[in-house]
Ligand binder design. Structure first.
Ligand code: SF4
Length: 420
């Protein structure tokens, strides 16, 4: 599958002090999160923003439900390390105050700020300040509950075959109607989001929106639940969209510490090769009946210790045995293969130690630190093996498959558009 990013009209958030993030266009897909504490608690809010930024957040959103929150924004804007978005619901005046406080972007919800004059006032303020607006149509806030049945009947036909066709129709109709106000005002620095807690509706909504508008898209599954279930729901939706080139900035949301949202968002982008990894990439086997050491504890310790210590994207493999381990750890810079209460440690494919189980962790950590120092000193290169660990032939007596193709059992095989 070739990755082709959808072309969008880019918008910029930030300033000279915090730097500028481009959303859309050629800007890399960014990661966002939202603070969970009160914005009017300036110190607490800034501490949270700093934590999120340290975890890899490019942009942070804060809620401004009251005037004391927009007042606090003035102080927050002086010290934040990353661009700040003010999340505005119900009170358009909060948006005006946030713009005055110097915020980098406004988020409006068409479900609760829908007076044309009020929207125009916010558009004019943002235009003058040169900042973009995200229009976020959350499924939950746009449903007209009193006419639900009627709506389903009227609108369901528009997206027949989609599980929630009527919701999709409402979200798109609401968005089109709302964006008409912006077009009439000649305002184009817009980011769109269309979140739902239903992963399939999220995929459908963003896919349809991507066909209709060239504004950058802020992806998210809202009210996804705890990290345990929310991560699966979010990655299913966001991963599908991003792999198809749809999405310019993402926010994963959990009913949990928002730092996890950032960590998982960053990991998602790294997994899809949309962000360069900072720090170790851990490869670990799931273990099976061949395991003879406490691998889960070992993996946890390695992850915990090296996450904060190692800055270079070193691939570290922690494998349960030497039978399948080498094949599965292919490409690792530092690897340990455990078995028989011992661990054999390799650096760049070269065996450097064979230690008892209780010494594996310390030795592995030492080898990782030493390897990072060598890379920094220009004495080693990431991803370059000095010696090949020869894994058992994965095909073995069964043959390579070519004979099978030749004999007509498999009619054709296609590799990167090449047919055999
Ligand atoms: S590496 Fe070895 S222990 Fe781990 S899952 Fe594979 S075969 Fe099992």
């Amino acid at each position: 599958m070739t990755y082709q990013r959808r072309q969008t009209h880019p918008v910029t958030v930030g300033d000279d002090r915090v730097g500028r993030i481009t959303i859309g266009g050629d800007g890399p897909v960014s990661v966002q999160s939202m603070t969970s504490g009160y914005t009017h608690d300036v110190d607490g809010c800034l501490a949270e923003i700093e934590k999120l930024a340290a975890a890899g957040a490019d942009i942070v959103r804060v809620a401004v439900p009251e005037r004391k929150d927009t007042e606090a924004l003035r102080e927050i804007m002086k010290a934040t390390p990353v661009p700040i978005v003010a999340d505005v619901h119900f009170h358009y005046k909060r948006a005006l105050e946030a713009v005055e406080a110097g915020v980098h972007k406004i988020r409006l919800n068409p479900g609760n700020i829908n007076d044309r004059d009020q929207v125009n006032a916010v558009i004019d303020a943002c235009k003058e300040a040169g900042i973009p607006i995200r229009v976020g149509v959350n499924e939950g806030s746009i449903i007209e509950r009193k006419d639900k049945q009627k709506r389903q009947e009227e609108l369901g036909a528009y997206f027949e075959g989609h599980r929630s066709g009527h919701l999709l129709a409402i979200m798109i109709a609401k968005l089109e109607e709302y964006l008409d106000i912006f077009t009439a005002r000649d305002f184009h620095d817009i980011v769109i989001s269309a979140k739902s807690m239903d992963a399939r509706l999220v995929i459908d909504a963003y896919t349809e929106i991507s066909k209709r508008f060239d504004h950058p898209l802020h992806l998210g599954v809202t009210h996804a639940g705890t990290r345990e279930t929310g991560s699966i729901r979010s990655i299913a939706a966001l991963g599908t969209l991003l792999a198809n080139g749809i999405g310019d900035t993402i926010r994963i949301s959990y009913a949990s510490d928002p730092v996890y949202e950032v960590e998982d968002g960053v990991e998602l982008l790294c997994s899809l090769d949309l962000r360069t990894r900072k720090g170790i990439e851990l490869i670990a086997c799931p273990t099976c009946g061949r395991i003879q050491v406490d691998l889960f504890t070992l993996v946890d310790e390695v992850q915990k210790t090296l996450r904060t210590e190692i800055e270079l994207p070193i691939k570290v493999a922690v494998m349960g045995c030497i039978v399948n381990g080498p094949g599965e750890a292919e490409g690792a810079d530092v690897a340990v293969f455990a078995g028989d209460r011992r661990g054999i440690i390799y650096v760049q494919g070269e065996k450097v130690a064979n230690v008892p189980e209780d010494e594996i962790l310390a030795r592995l950590l030492a080898e990782c630190r030493a390897f990072e120092a060598k890379v920094r000193a220009g004495e080693a290169t990431l991803g370059q093996k000095v010696v090949d660990i020869v894994p058992p032939d994965p095909i073995g007596d069964l043959g390579s498959g070519v004979e099978r193709i030749k004999s007509g059992l498999v009619e054709s095989i296609t590799v990167e558009g090449r047919s055999t």
